[in-house]
Structure formats: structure tokens, C-alpha cells
Design a protein around this ligand. Structure first.
Ligand code: ADP
Ligand code: MG
Length: 318
């Protein structure tokens, strides 16, 4: 098949994916979105005759717009712009999960610091304040006291840009020092790991340590439902255990639409890139069968946030 890869930086994850695609003899068209223009009817990118395009943009804005334009030209792209739209925004993400009756932490959104303060006082301490767009545990605040809340809200309101004017307040979940990341393709788990830390943020990007996790039936069911709730695709589903380690009860705090594979490949016995390419092959077939109009989407712990300037330890800037 002919596979397009949208990217702006080739990290280890993209290298693993490209290697797997080439080993299988697929024809790969690398599309560096920084060098392309997207018009209303056509693009400078060579997207002709692509059987499937996989979005690996690190930046949320690039990911959302590039997939939207390709989709409008009828180019089959995963994940779909609709899935990206829901997953890129924590408020939309929480709403989609709640609408699908997937257990998710109690959350409120407010637009002024006074209203946000009311939400915080109602949740009680500690509670959590998150940026609506972001990943890798950045700019997350665990709020322990009213005076801390006041300071953070004032800073956000004064110094934050547009997205920080939306205050996303969440109950603090007393998780057992770890959370769970499941990478799934159209609801079917590929592999899973725990991310453990003494810090409340367990993201691998924040130094969390990873270990393979065996998915039980309840997690399986929730992953499937969470995936469907955001429109399917290749996803990173984040769960926390409620009621203690191994309790088998979970809350899903987010679903990520572009996911890294390297930590998961290292933590588990699963050849994640191989499974991802298996899935891309089936997506390409499905797109072909539908005349190019199917929907479908990408460890560790990122979604594609606006991290243009962030440097991943393994990152190679092309
Ligand atoms: N409500 C919460 N209660 C306790 N811990 C949380 C809560 N929400 C998130 N966390 C911790 O913070 C980490 C990052 O949160 P998450 O919502 O996944 O944002 P990001 O997009 O930055 O990964 C999670 O992996 C989890 O360890
Ligand atoms: Mg996360």
C-alpha cells in the first residue's frame, strides 16, 4: 500500500513505524507539514493515490488542521479530524466520555476566576486544575488550599493565553500511585502499561516508571466504550484505578488521539509498531472498500499538544 505520514519531527516512535512499514514493502510518502500549504481544494503535499495517511504531528494545531484539510480532499486519514477534535480538548473529551456513560472524574468548566473558585470550593481540597489543551502533564495543578487556588487562578487569568481562560476543574482521584495507559485500535487493546510515580502526575514524560499491565474484562470494556465515545481510531486511553490497586474498578480520565509507542513497546512484550501497521493495513482496505470515506487513529503519554518547541530526548529535527 501507499502510506502517507504527516509529521514535523521524526521521533523514535515515527522511526519504529517507518521501519515497520518499509520492512513490509509499503511505499511511504513522508509529509513534513511545515513545508506544505493547504488550499481549499488542493495541497502542495503529494497526497495522490495514498491508501491511508497517518497523522503523527506533534503539535495539536497542525494535527487538527492538516487532517481536516486532507479529509476535505477525500484523502483517507487516521485519526479522523473528528476524533482529533474531541481528544485534543479535555472538556470535549470529558463530555464525550460522560455522554457515553463511561466513568470519568467529576469535572466542571468555568470562565471566570470567581466561578472557578466556586467550583474548587465545592470539590474541596485537593482538587485538580488542568489546561483544556495540553499533554505530558504540563501546567497541571493539584490545588491543596484556597490560597493556592486564588494564586493559580489569578496567574492563569492574567498571564495565560486564550485556552487558559477556560478553567477545567476536576475532583482529585486518590489513585494508588499509578495510572494505566492502554493503546487501542478501534477499541481493541494493542498493549497496556502502568505508569507509577511518587508524584501525583504519573506521566512517563514526568518521570513515571512503566510496567506491562494485564487488561481485565472491565478495563477491556471501558477501553472499547471510551474509544467509541470519541469516534474510534488509534488511541491512548488513560485510566485510574478507583478503590485501590488491582480493584478492577476504573475511571477514564482522558483519551489521547496521537500516541507514542516507544515506552509501551519497551514495557510490554507486544510489538506495538507491528500491530499498528496491521491496523493501518485494515484501515486502508476499509477506505478502499468505502470508496475512500472511512473513519478511523496513534504510548507513553502524549496526545499531540502544542509542543512545537519541546524536545523529546529521542527527537530528531528534520
Ligand atoms: N483527577 C485526577 N486525580 C488524580 N490524578 C490525576 C487526575 N487527573 C490526572 N491525574 C494524573 O495526572 C496525569 C496527567 O493527567 P492527564 O489528564 O492525563 O493530562 P495529560 O494530558 O497532561 O497527560 C495522569 O496521568 C494522572 O497520573
Ligand atoms: Mg494523560
Amino acid at each position: 500500500m501507499r502510506v502517507g505520514v504527516l509529521y514535523s519531527r521524526i521521533r523514535r516512535d515515527e522511526k519504529l513505524l517507518l521501519e515497520e512499514l518499509r520492512d513490509r514493502g509499503h511505499d511511504v510518502e513522508k509529509i513534513d507539514v511545515r513545508n506544505q500549504r493547504f488550499g481549499l481544494e488542493s495541497t502542495t503535499a503529494d497526497v495522490a493515490d495514498l491508501d491511508v495517511v497517518v497523522d503523527r504531528c506533534l503539535s495539536t494545531s497542525r494535527s487538527l488542521y492538516a487532517t481536516k484539510f486532507l479529509d476535505s480532499y477525500g484523502v483517507p486519514v487516521v485519526n479522523s479530524p473528528e476524533t482529533g477534535d474531541v481528544c485534543a480538548d479535555k472538556a470535549k473529551n470529558s463530555l464525550a466520555l460522560a455522554e457515553a456513560d463511561v466513568p470519568t472524574p467529576a469535572t466542571e468548566v468555568a470562565f471566570t476566576k470567581e466561578a472557578a473558585m466556586e467550583a474548587i470550593e465545592e470539590f474541596g481540597y485537593p482538587c485538580v486544575l488542568k489546561p483544556v489543551v495540553g499533554s505530558w502533564g504540563r501546567l497541571m495543578a493539584k490545588i491543596d488550599t484556597r490560597s493556592a487556588a486564588e494564586a493559580i487562578l489569578e496567574h492563569k487569568e492574567t498571564l495565560g493565553h486564550y485556552e487558559h481562560k477556560v478553567f477545567y476543574v476536576q475532583e482529585f482521584v486518590d489513585k494508588p500511585g499509578r495510572d494505566i495507559r492502554v493503546v487501542a485500535v478501534d477499541g481493541e487493546p494493542v498493549a497496556a502499561m502502568t505508569r507509577s510515580s511518587d508524584h501525583w502526575l504519573t506521566n512517563a514524560a514526568k518521570g513515571g516508571t512503566t510496567e506491562a499491565f494485564e487488561i481485565d474484562d472491565r478495563a477491556l470494556e471501558l477501553v472499547e466504550r471510551a474509544s467509541a465515545a470519541v469516534g474510534g481510531g488509534m488511541l491512548g486511553v488513560d485510566l485510574m484505578e478507583v478503590g485501590g490497586e488491582g480493584s478492577g474498578e476504573y475511571t477514564v480520565h482522558e483519551v489521547n488521539h496521537t500516541v507514542e509507542f516507544k515506552a509501551l513497546t519497551e514495557a510490554s512484550d507486544v510489538d506495538v509498531p507491528a500491530r499498528v501497521v496491521d491496523w493501518l493495513e485494515t484501515r486502508a482496505e476499509a477506505f478502499a472498500a468505502d470508496g475512500g470515506d472511512a473513519g478511523g487513529g496513534p504510548d507513553g503519554d502524549t496526545n499531540a499538544a502544542d509542543v512545537d518547541d519541546a524536545t523529546d530526548a529521542d527527537g530528531v529535527v528534520l
